[in-house]
Design a protein around this ligand. Sequence first.
Ligand code: F0G
Length: 354
Amino acid sequence: MNQWPGLIEAYRDFLPVTTETPVCTLFEGNTPLIPSKIIGPALGIDLYFKYEGLNPTGSFKDRGMTMAISMAKGEGARSVICASTGNTSASAAAYAASNGLKCVVVIPKGRIAAGKLAQAIAEQALVLAVDGNFDEALEIVRYLTDKYPIKLVNSINPYRLEGQKTAAFEIVDQLGEAPDILAIPVGNAGNISAYWMGFCEYLEKGRSTKRPSMWGFQAAGSAPIVLGHKVDNPETIASAIRIGNPVRWRQAEDAVSESNGLIEMVTDDEILKSYEDLAGEGIFAEPASAASVAGVSKFVHQRGVKNGAKVVCVLTGHGLKDPDAVGLMANKVQPVKATNEAVEELLDAGGILA
Ligand code: F0G
C-alpha cells in the first residue's frame, strides 16, 4: 500500500516507541499548511494555517491519541478514560473502539459542541456528563486513574505530547524552516507545550536552524495563564478552550518565555470575527481554532512584527464540530417560497443576477 503511514511510522525515530509497541493508527497527521490569501496579505505577513481539522476525527487530538492508545495497548490496558471539552473525547473514543479498548469520557454537562458529542456516542464510549466544568471533570478522572487500572489519556499523559509534537515537525518539513511565529489557542496548555518540544527537538537534530516565537491565546473569559490565577467559572463561546486551571500551565509559560513569545487573550467578538475571516478564505474551523488568528490579527502590529514575517496559525479543530457556532455569525439562512419567481426575486435584490 502506497500511502501516508500515520505519524508513528513517519516519525518513529523521534518517538518513544519500540518494535514491540502495537501501532494504533487512523492515519492521522500529514495535514496541509495552507497559505493565507486574504488575512495574511492584509496584515503584511506571510501567513499559513496548519489545518488540524483534517485529522481523522477532525482535530489535533488524534496526534496525541495514536501515541497514548498505542502505549496503553502495549502496556496491556483494557480501558481508557479522559475528561474533555469535546475533541479529546471524540478522539479517545475512536482510537479505543478501533483497538478493542473500552473508553469512558467525562464531559461538562450541556457544554460540549454537538459534533463532538455525536462522535463519542457513535464510537460507543461510555459518556458521563457531570454537573460541573472541565476542570472538575478532570479532577474526577485523576482520582479514578490513581485508584484503578484504567489509563488516563488527557494531556497529563506524556505520550499525548509526544504525538502532538509531530505537528511542529511537519510545519518545518513543509516550510523548509521553522516559522518566525507559531500562534496557537491555549486551553489545558498541552498543545503549545508539545509544539515547543517539537521545534526544540528538530533544531537539536539539525532539521531546522531556528525556533519560532510561541504565541499562545486564551479566550478572555477563560484566561488563567494571562491573568496569573485560576478561573473558577471559565466562560467563552470557544467551548474547546473553556478551561480555568490548565494542567500544563508551567510548561506553557516556559515555552513562551524560552521562545521570547507571548501569551495573551482575545475576546469572543474577536474570535468570531476571525472565525468569519477564516470562512472567507474557504476554511471552516471551530471557534477555539480561530483564537490563534484573532491573536495574530490583534498583536502583529502592536508587537512590531516585521513585514513579511512567516507566521503559522494552528487551526486545531474542524468547523463541523460545532455547528451551533455558525448561528452566531452575521449571515443567516433566508427562508423563501419554493418557486422560480421567489428565488429569482431574492437573487435580483441581492444583485447576483446582474
Ligand atoms: N483547540 C481545540 C479545538 C481543542 O479542542 C483544544 C483542547 C484546544 C484548542 C486547546 O488545546 O488543551 O492542549 O491547550 N481541547 C481539550 C479537549 C481540552 O478536551 O478536547 P490544549
